[in-house]
Design a protein around this ligand. Sequence first.
Ligand code: FES
Length: 116
Amino acid sequence: MPDDSAPAKVTVRPAGIEFTAAPGETVMAAALAAGYRWPTICGGLGDCLVCHIEVLEHAERLSEAAESETRAVKELRARSGCPVRLACQAGVHGDVVVFKRGVRMRKRIEQETSDG
Ligand code: FES
């Protein structure tokens, strides 16, 4: 049983990115706080599904999905074969490993934008 009072490590594959999440903090909020850009259109409202992740290890360490989230990712889950969650809704309660393409360090993107 993970210690729910301690920060947890989120590992994002395939890039191998790692960051820390405070207890109950969502995957996406923790990534943003750590300086990463997380794919989104709705900005974390649970509407766009663009933030969705496949949970490779320890899906049980994420907060329970609300009924609306479960309904929203049903089709994605059927295609994936892995548990699928919305990164903007899934609270972290222990170390997890997820799969998500497009997660990048925010500074690099801002630098590229200002260079171009
Ligand atoms: S950011 Fe849009 S559903 Fe999560």
